[in-house]
Design a protein around this ligand. Structure first.
Ligand code: SAM
Length: 455
């Protein structure tokens, strides 16, 4: 690995005589880690734990995740271990039972799926990504994770400004110079320069300044980057405190975790902790900048009230906790407790999805959506079920039609290892596959290469 000379010099200043072990750690293989979805998998794996994340585990080697149906059913998320440190900020400082949280820079969804897990169905998570091309993978990953209390948006940070005082917590996992990813993504080495560090630092300040008014007084800002340098990390934390009005909140951490701190935030170095480079700081907003007045949305004039098919509420658990709404692409279930806030978000932002898409009316039938199968609110008893072999599960994920002659005709929920993957419409001689075209497995691989690590 050819590190830029200026990066070496600058990091030596930070690490002193630890620098040599830092560089040799960069030459070793990056650890592989996953976060298990406890809403879908109650049996904990017998694997090495990530100390700072309750559902984080290290794998001894990298499996062919694409060929594991559990990967597609949202039973786990492949996530770099250091980034799971977000859990400590949530657990140690968020003191709101029904929090409203914004993950501003969310794609592909590592921190958003983690936040959804920590929220355990309570509160509302707004998961935003500004880059249109990246919002698709974010929406896919959030759908697979299956939490019903999530809204995915596609907005620039400045678009949120009218939502003053809306959020209890805002996570800014900022676009950065990527120093911490040198080992995992060697291409980031070529993109690194002192000028780029400066540009990133300035952009990070603009992003935080744009989003800061949306925090309540006393609300939490979690600021993170995957860098080591002070311009993008400590200096930006200091700037937020001084210019925007925030106090720094320390975390209580066992010394054996080996996480470094110079006072304003926490650094993960690959020679000290098992993971990539990462930085995180928690701040509390000290001022009030006003509050957005949420008005219940009025039905637009002349709009025809769409009849909600009664069967939809039979497909979800605790239907009285949800509002089933008619939207452009079908019917969705959103948490009743947050329906007004979701309406407010829809009036201000580019909402890509809200809640759980249940299905679309097609003639006399309702085309059931894969999102319902993957959601934690699915009522499995409402459906005929087919438990597939690994071979059939992969065929389903490739969008091949299945043959299920022993099952009744109609909608069938397909599962692998007890975990729902999607729906087929059984016609008797074949079962039509409704898995989303964009999500299908395109890879060809044989069964021998599949080694499940979750039993
Ligand atoms: N939080 C994500 C996760 O855990 O999976 C990773 C986020 S990545 C470090 C930073 C994200 O910020 C990228 O998805 C990138 O597209 C987005 N981004 C880039 N420019 C931005 C900007 N000006 N404002 C907000 N987000 C931006």
């Amino acid at each position: 690995m050819n590190l830029p000379e200026q990066f070496r010099e600058r990091t030596k200043v930070i690490l002193g005589d630890e620098y040599e072990s830092f560089e040799s750690a960069l030459m070793s293989d990056a650890p592989i880690s996953v976060r298990v979805n406890d809403a879908k998998c109650q049996e904990l794996p017998d694997l090495e734990r990530v100390s700072w994340a309750s559902s984080g585990y290290y794998l001894g080697s990298r499996p062919l995740f694409t060929m594991d149906p559990c990967f597609h059913s949202g039973v786990y998320y492949v996530q770099e271990a250091s980034s799971m440190f977000l859990e400590q900020a949530f657990r140690q400082h968020l003191d709101v039972e029904q929090p409203c949280i914004l993950d501003l820079c969310a794609a592909p969804g590592g921190k958003s799926t983690h936040l959804a897990q920590l929220m355990a169905g309570e509160g509302l998570l707004v998961s935003n990504e500004v880059i249109r091309a990246r919002v698709k993978i974010l929406a896919e990953n959030m759908t697979k994770w299956g939490a019903p209390n999530v809204v995915v948006t596609n907005n620039d940070p400045s678009d949120f400004t009218p939502l003053r005082g809306f959020f209890d917590m805002v996570v800014v996992d900022a676009p950065c110079s990527g120093e911490g990813m040198f080992r995992k993504d060697p291409a980031s080495i070529d993109e690194w320069s002192v000028d780029n560090v400066k540009l990133c630092s300035e952009r990070q300040r603009r992003i935080v300044a744009d989003i800061f008014p949306t925090l309540k007084e006393g609300g939490l800002l979690v600021y993170s980057t995957c860098t080591y340098n002070r311009e993008e990390d400590e200096e930006n934390v200091r700037w937020i405190m001084d210019e925007l009005g925030a106090e720094y909140l320390p975390l209580e951490l066992p010394a054996e975790w080996n996480i470094a701190s110079e006072g304003l935030g926490y650094h993960f170095f690959p020679h000290r902790t098992k993971g990539e480079g990462f930085f995180l700081a928690v701040l509390r907003k000290t001022d009030s900048e006003g509050t957005f007045r949420i008005k219940p949305a009025k039905p637009s004039k002349g709009a025809q009230a769409v009849k909600i098919p009664a069967v939809l509420s039979e497909w979800i658990q605790s239907p009285s906790d949800y509002v089933i709404r008619s939207v452009a692409d079908g019917f969705t279930a959103v948490p009743k407790a947050w329906a007004t806030e979701i309406g407010a978000l829809e009036s201000q932002l580019q909402v890509v999805q809200a809640g759980v898409l249940l299905g679309q009316v097609k003639g006399k039938d309702i085309l059931i959506d894969t999102a319902l199968a993957l959601s934690s609110i699915l009522r499995e008893e409402a459906f005929e079920v087919a438990d597939l072999s690994w071979k059939d599960a992969v065929a389903f994920l490739k969008r091949d039609n299945l043959v299920l002659p022993e099952l009744a005709k109609g909608w069938v929920l397909v599962r692998f290892g007890g975990h729902p993957l999607g729906f087929v419409k059984n016609l008797g001689n074949r079962a039509n596959n409704t898995y989303p075209q964009a999500w299908r497995i395109r890879m060809e691989a044989d069964g021998e290469r599949y080694e499940p690590f979750l039993k």
